[in-house]
Design a protein around this ligand. Structure first.
Ligand SMILES: [Cu+2]
Length: 122
């Protein structure tokens, strides 16, 4: 019985520490910019890497002269059009990376637009 009480006394702080850690899930912040070079439209950086459970905040800036472009992440329900007009060329996307895997990032308005991938580590 004494051993059990000792084990519980050790386990309790660990449980609280785990709860604190969960509440303080890290926020992974990215700035992703849409540019054009020799006709190629590119969201850069293309690859975003986070861990499962992270809160993800992506600031999208469309600097392409060709107009509105969209930023979509397959599997996460993200699909945001971003204007390119000065003063109205920024959008913010936030979500929790609750599914591990590799998810395609693309422009839902232009198939040729260079996208990338969201990598959510286990
Ligand atoms: Cu596009």
């Amino acid at each position: 019985m004494i051993k059990l009480a000792f084990a519980l006394a050790l386990a309790a702080p660990a449980a609280f520490a785990a709860a604190d850690k969960k509440d303080a899930a890290p926020v992974r912040e990215f700035k992703v910019v849409n540019i054009e070079y020799k006709g190629a439209k590119i969201w850069t950086p293309g690859t975003l890497v986070v861990r499962k459970g992270d809160r993800v905040k992506i600031t999208l800036v469309n600097l392409a002269p060709s107009g509105v472009h969209a930023y979509a992440i397959e599997g996460y329900g993200v699909n945001v059009p971003v204007n390119n007009k000065e003063g109205d060329n920024t959008k913010t996307v936030e979500f929790v990376a609750d599914k591990p895997g590799i998810f395609r990032i693309y422009c839902s308005m232009h198939a040729a637009h260079v996208g990338g991938q969201l990598v959510v580590l286990e």
